[in-house]
Design a protein. Structure first.
Length: 166
């Protein structure tokens, strides 16, 4: 039982610490982030982005950074299923990917290679922080919905591990 508690406690503490840093505007444990391609959010890219609905999209929403045509694709059916508060957070998260120019491939043309998993994780954290910063005053229920969603996912993951071990 203690091991299961620790699996829930550590991600909760990490998320709370990250949330606190995001709301405080930075600072914290590390003087420089591991990946810092664009230290400031490029809000002009966000304002230029086209937002397009795609019912065949397998994810709730996806950002595609392209300096000429940034866009966010979203699946209206999936966003409706998660509710308006979490949908607002997910869309703000995708705007964060655009604001920081996140791309899944590095390089151009034939030399393009997949972005390392560690970099993708830092992209996700940066996009989450962007979403929290952009929503915490105007749409605090969206931030609360995201926290509940991530806590529920941790509980599900822990439950799957417990049933596999038992």
């Amino acid at each position: 039982m203690r091991a299961h508690f620790e699996w829930l406690l550590l991600p909760g503490i990490a998320f709370a610490a990250g949330l606190k840093l995001a709301l405080a505007g930075g600072g914290g444990f590390v003087s420089e982030p591991v990946v810092r391609i664009f230290p400031q959010a490029d809000t002009s890219v966000v304002s230029q982005a086209r937002v397009l609905s795609r019912f065949d999209l397998p994810d709730a929403a996806v950002a595609i950074y392209d300096s000429a045509s940034p866009r966010i694709l979203f699946n209206p059916t999936l966003l409706a299923q998660v509710g308006p508060a979490l949908a607002a957070f997910l869309m703000a998260h995708e705007r964060g990917h655009l604001a920081f120019h996140h791309a899944r491939l590095r390089g151009f043309g034939l030399n393009a290679s997949p972005t390392p998993v560690s970099t993708l994780r830092s992209y996700e954290f940066a996009a989450d922080c962007y979403a929290v910063r952009s929503l915490h005053h105007s749409h605090p229920d969206a931030v609360v919905a995201a926290i509940r969603f991530f806590q529920h996912r941790a509980t599900l993951r822990d439950g799957c591990r417990a049933s596999a071990d038992g």
